[in-house]
Write a protein that binds this ligand. Structure first.
Ligand code: ADP
Ligand code: MG
Length: 453
């Protein structure tokens, strides 16, 4: 029996279209299109969601029209619409539910139990001209805290290794000097602890906690700008520790003199010791970092692919690592060897031309909500029903990938969730996109549309 002519045309249409785009574009945007009806010369095609529809309309409409002409004959006109019922591919059972928020006491960080990432060690820190000095200073301090370089102030742009270096100092120092009390925390956590202390009338506890440590590492002190309430407390913590010869280490996205809204007495203290910057890495350093990471990949990443990535992502090491992860995940999911063509395809959205404007969390929420057929209120709300919970986790993951927001800040966007919940969501998605091709495609689609518009 012969196939229905419309079905045959549809197959021809798909073939024509598929031959004109890259495999990733095909999988991400076009494979899910369906022919709804053929009415005279009008071919009605539906996209799986409003989100797909908008993107396809913007980017691929001329191609689709061409393919319709090829398959359905001259005079055929395309009409694009979105399917009424958004299709959900993620599993409906949450195999990895959000953790119950931990009681406050368990999430506040005792100086004795720093929450440090083992991967952020000196061994894993690739040294190059851009960070050589900062690295040397960090190592010296870990070996001899409270010595000549006090405080150490490290500054540089997002994703250049400040947090990595601070963790490395804390961990190496703890190895060398097991008796020292070392405390690493973000300035935001310090601030929250302070507010908590006020609220619970336990300021003495807060003061005692930080004024008795041997080494205090505070990440991202630009956070203190405009936080008048805490500056007095911070000033006293600084003085107490400094006078007792304890080591202080700070990081920020700017040099002290550019932290313009901080009082002079604080700004000048930042400069009492050693101030050093971290610059964007040169291409050799970027390659060395990629090689180091690629050694852990499940399959070989050819040198030209590493080269391509190193030239695509120039000023953010987090993005550089993200690029490698995406390509290796895609190769594993589609059971293909990694090659240059694939890398170019998967990383279409990266590069100097893109991501020049910062991406707002509002846009991330809107795009994710649209892609999952949810509302922004859903994402912010309390429900943990699927697919809502998965959509929310994807939005958290995208906020982490595309913005510099801290975990607590991201939590605040989602109805005031705890930072451990955000971390869990981000990790869940990072893991799931390595095994779930549908989710990989969906996340890729979101990354591409957010980075390009
Ligand atoms: P920042 O705190 O400056 O925004 P991070 O310390 O979070 O940056 O670094 C972002 C990512 O890049 C981390 O995964 C970190 O391990 C990695 N990274 C940064 N610098 C280096 C380096 N020199 N060698 C290896 N990995 C690095
Ligand atoms: Mg950081």
């Amino acid at each position: 029996m012969e196939a229905h002519p419309a079905a045959r045309n549809w197959e021809q249409f798909r073939q024509a279209l598929r031959g004109r785009v890259t495999p990733v574009t095909w999988r991400t945007w076009l494979e899910g299109l369906e022919q709804q009806s053929v009415d005279g010369n009008v071919v009605r095609i539906v996209a799986p969601s409003e989100f797909h529809l908008r993107w396809v309309n913007e980017k691929y409409r001329p191609l689709i029209q061409e393919a319709v002409l090829v398959a359905y004959g001259p005079g055929a006109v395309v009409e694009l619409d979105a399917s009424d019922s958004p299709s959900f591919d993620p599993p409906l059972i949450d195999d990895d539910p959000e953790p119950e928020p931990l009681p406050r006491a368990a999430t506040s960080h005792d100086p004795g139990e720093p929450h440090l990432v083992p991967k952020y060690s000196f061994e894993n820190f690739v040294v190059g001209p851009s960070n050589r000095f900062a690295h040397a200073a960090a190592l010296a301090i870990a070996e001899q805290p409270g010595g000549n370089y006090n405080p150490l102030f490290v500054y540089g742009g997002a994703g250049l290794g400040k947090t990595h270096l601070l963790h490395a100092i804390a961990q190496h120092c703890a190895d060398l000097h097991p008796n020292l009390e070392i405390c690493y925390l973000s300035s935001e956590e310090f601030f929250n602890g302070f507010i908590d202390g006020i609220r619970k009338k336990r300021m003495d506890e807060f003061k005692a906690r930080y004024r008795s440590v041997d080494m205090l590492l505070l990440d991202d002190v630009q956070f203190f700008e405009g936080k008048e309430q805490i500056l007095e407390e911070f000033f006293h913590t600084f003085n107490t520790l400094y006078e007792a010869g304890r080591q202080l280490v700070f990081s920020a996205d700017r040099p002290p003199k550019s932290l313009s809204s901080l009082e002079d007495r604080i700004r000048s203290r930042f400069e009492w010791g050693l101030t050093t910057d971290i610059q964007p890495p040169d291409v050799e350093t970027r390659l060395a970092i990629l090689r180091k990471n690629a050694a852990f990949a499940p399959q070989e990443v050819p040198e030209p692919v590493l080269d391509f990535m190193a030239n695509r992502v120039v000023d953010n090491i987090r993005e550089l690592e993200g690029a490698l992860t995406r390509v290796t995940a895609y190769a594993a999911l589609t059971h293909q060897p990694i090659n240059l063509e694939m890398a170019e395809d998967v990383l279409q959205d990266l590069g100097p031309a893109h991501a020049t404007v910062p991406i707002s969390p509002g846009r991330i929420l809107a795009a994710t909500a649209e892609s999952f057929g949810l509302s922004i209120t859903d994402l912010e709300g309390p429900s943990r029903r699927q697919p809502l919970a998965r959509g929310r986790q994807v939005a958290m993951y995208l906020c982490r990938e595309l913005t510099d927001l801290s975990l607590p800040k991201i939590g605040a966007l989602f109805g005031g969730r705890d930072h451990t919940t955000v971390l869990h969501g981000v990790n869940t998605v990072a893991k799931a996109i390595k095994t779930d091709l549908t989710l990989f495609d969906r996340v890729t689609a979101l990354l591409q549309s957010l980075r390009r518009t």
